[in-house]
Ligand binder design. Structure first.
Ligand code: FES
Length: 367
């Protein structure tokens, strides 16, 4: 259709009809003209190409979501490379996906730490802290996900001015900050990364982060690597050292809250990636509602990144705990099944005491 419009092969009446169809499908404003609707036209042309090059239309839309690679990062945490060409073509820094490993599983949101548009692949990090993330980590190279939806949410906010920006990753939130760090650097900013973990063995993706930052500060609670302490200790030092114009923090809620409280008096623009419980991921169910600036927002649709100075973290933490009991039972049931099946190939499973909630930025459990 895009090509027909571009080549003026439609009658004025057909053109008007097709235009109204596109507006309806894409939910766009009536005031937009065909000429400004470049994206829609390009999409139509792309799909026409897929149809014409594929033996069957169904095959043109079929994605297998096959695991091409699986790499151990640290205890119970793996990096997966997955075939997902349509998502890889469109995803931007800060957006996330929702996955189902099999047809009976729940849907969990996961952040994407990298992608290759030409190869049509995504990289995700999954840390096994609940039933579904444990099931994912039991999958092997060659296995396929039942389905993956994305890209979801808004891309990360990028400051208008150019200056020194800080990206902070706590635990496996480190993977989620890499695409945004790359974008900030590409815009001419000086980018400083801070990553924190409880010990050296729990640090992940530090080399990848160094590849997109001017400087990376590492903190460990037990002083086994980098400087001793928390990410906020390193941030405090940076704030006194130079003028920071923008901070992004992704990780556990207490960490994001502490970062926001530290930058608030200095009025440093600070964004956090909110790990609300999610179900559909499209703004339809309301499960992920969060309070930001005394307004209700949907983390999946308006976020996941929000102004950390406006977020009601108490409300977020309260909602995250809503299904702790059910999640514990689900994980125990899964582990009991595992123990009964002695032939099953397994990885060690950590009975994590962390809050088991859904999180773009922290691959953990949903409902
Ligand atoms: Fe349903 Fe956000 S997950 S509205």
């Amino acid at each position: 259709l895009g090509q027909l419009v571009r080549r003026n092969l439609l009658s004025p009446a057909d053109k008007k009809y097709v235009h109204s169809l596109f507006l309806e499908i894409t939910g766009q404003d009536e005031r937009q003209s065909w000429d400004s609707d470049l994206i829609v036209r390009q999409e139509a042309e792309r799909f026409l190409k897929y149809f014409s090059e594929s033996p069957s239309p169904l095959q043109a839309y079929t994605q297998t979501f096959r695991i091409l690679n699986k790499t151990f990062l640290c205890l119970n945490t793996f990096q997966f490379t997955i075939e997902a060409p349509f998502i890889a073509r469109k995803i931007e820094a800060g957006q996330f996906i929702i996955v189902r490993p099999h047809s009976m599983s729940e849907r969990i949101p996961l952040s994407v730490c990298g992608w290759d548009r030409s190869a049509g692949t995504l990289q995700i990090i999954v840390s096994a802290v609940g039933k579904t993330s444990t099931e994912i980590n039991r999958m092997q190279k060659g296995d396929t996900f039942k389905d993956i939806v994305g890209p979801l949410g808004e891309r990360s906010h990028l400051p208008n001015a150019v200056g020194t920006c800080v990206v902070i990753g706590g635990g496996y939130g480190t993977g989620a900050i890499i695409p945004t760090a790359r974008d900030l650097k590409a815009r001419g900013n000086k980018v400083i990364g801070i990553v924190g973990a409880r010990d050296k063995e729990s640090l992940i993706m530090t080399d990848e982060l160094k590849g997109v930052c001017d400087e990376v500060l590492i903190t460990t609670v037990d002083d086994s690597c980098g400087r001793k302490g928390m990410v906020t200790d390193a941030l405090k030092e940076l704030l006194s050292r130079e003028k920071i114009i923008h901070v992004l923090a992704v990780g556990p809620v207490p960490m994001m809250r502490a970062v926001s409280e530290m930058t608030r008096p200095l009025k440093v623009e600070t964004f956090v990636s909110l790990n609300a419980i999610m179900v559909d991921g499209t703004g339809m169910c309301g499960a992920c509602r969060v309070s930001v600036g005394n307004e209700t927002k949907f983390a999946c649709f308006h976020g996941p990144d929000f102004d950390g100075h406006l977020v009601d973290f108490d409300n977020l933490m309260k909602r995250q705990k809503m299904f702790v009991k059910e999640e514990k039972i689900a994980l125990e049931t899964l582990n009991n099944i595992k123990h009964e099946d002695s032939d099953e190939h397994e990885h060690p499973i950590e009975q994590s005491a962390t809050t088991p909630v859904a999180t773009p930025g922290n691959a953990v459990e949903s409902t």
